[in-house]
Design a protein around this ligand. Structure first.
Ligand code: TRP
Length: 326
């Protein structure tokens, strides 16, 4: 079974990215032949500082390894190292229609209120489809916010196949079950986010222990006492979900364990569980990030492996659309 996912190298990574992303990647690498792509081409659909992008790309490679990807089992690579991604995106951009791209809610959200929006932001889903389809992917571990893009990917693959003959496999998504939506600790009605959230309410993946404790302890909760999830208590519900992610339990088990316990003690325990989860990751990240030659060698090896497969698919696709072989 082939697994593929893409992760943008921009924005400081936080607990929500771990819960809905990194954790899934490490788990899915056991299911088969897994490819994890640092999608730098996607990142420049909005303006990026070049030096910051370069740093963030290596940062993300180290985070992927620190959160459990094993380069012996998984292929980890940078999108711009494998030129087939950009080429296949062109083919799929000629299959996608203006109308369907215009309906993408992520495009609508990201372009709203801006007086200048790049054409790349508009055609972004065709590039994402190319990423996935080049690898004849079976499963895509992905956040809920990418549902529409995955649907579009399937539609483009089907359209291409019916127009030119069977070329691309239709992929399926794997969505995280628990902790898919981690909320901001200060404003629990909003998703935790580096761009849209509050700094105090965003639990950084690489925050030191004291910062983690302070943030969790000052999480906004309602005035209730019972450690129980409910729709009108987003603050405590979020902490229960985070505790479940950090300890590998279910939210129900957490509720049962804290039956009759007050919020104060519960928050203390959540803080310690988050520290126990993230501190080893931070330390391991520090070691990996400091060793650039090793990091770059892993990425180079990944790109070489990825390119073999991507080139094979692209050759077939070029042949099908009627390009003369060079
Ligand atoms: N669009 C995805 C996101 O913002 C990132 C991404 C790019 C991706 N290419 C992909 C995810 C391919 C899965 C598969 O999260």
């Amino acid at each position: 079974m082939r697994i593929f996912s893409g992760i943008q190298p921009t924005g400081a990574k936080h607990f929500g990215n771990y819960s809905g992303g990194f954790r899934q990647y490490a788990a899915t690498q056991d299911l088969g032949d897994a490819f994890f792509c640092i999608v730098d081409l996607h990142s420049i659909t909005t303006p990026q500082d070049p030096e910051a992008l370069r740093e963030a790309t290596l940062d993300l490679a180290a985070i992927l390894l620190a959160t459990g990807l094993d380069p012996e089992r998984s292929t980890i690579f940078v999108q711009s190292h494998v030129s087939e991604h950009a080429e296949c995106a062109w083919l799929l951009g000629c299959i996608a229609t203006f109308g369907e791209l215009r309906r993408m809610t992520q495009f609508k959200d990201k372009s709203q209120g801006k007086d200048s929006v790049s054409a790349g932001l508009f055609t972004y889903p065709a590039l994402m489809a190319a990423d996935i389809l080049l690898y004849q992917t079976d499963k895509v571990p992905i956040g809920d916010d990418q549902r529409q893009h995955l649907e579009l990917t399937r539609n483009l693959a089907e359209r291409f196949n019916s127009r030119y003959g069977e070329t691309f496999k239709l992929p399926e998504a794997i969505y995280p079950e628990v902790g898919a939506r981690v909320m901001d600790l200060q404003e629990p009605d909003r998703k935790m986010s580096t761009t849209g959230g509050t700094p105090q309410g965003t639990v950084g993946l690489l925050d030191p222990p004291d910062t983690l404790r302070r943030k969790v302890r000052s999480a906004v909760t309602d005035s209730g006492k019972e450690v129980r999830r409910s729709e009108d208590k987003p603050g405590i519900t979020n902490l229960i979900d985070m505790m479940a992610v950090a300890t590998g339990s279910t939210p129900e088990e957490i509720e049962a364990r804290y039956d009759g316990t007050g919020y104060g003690k519960f928050k203390e325990d959540v803080a310690e569980a988050v520290v126990a989860l993230l501190d080893p990751i931070r330390l391991r990240y520090g070691e990996l990030r400091a060793n650039q030659p090793v990091l770059r060698a892993i990425l180079a090896e990944g790109a070489a492996k990825a390119e073999l497969i991507a080139a094979e698919t692209l050759d077939v696709a070029y042949e099908r659309v009627g390009f003369v072989a060079p």
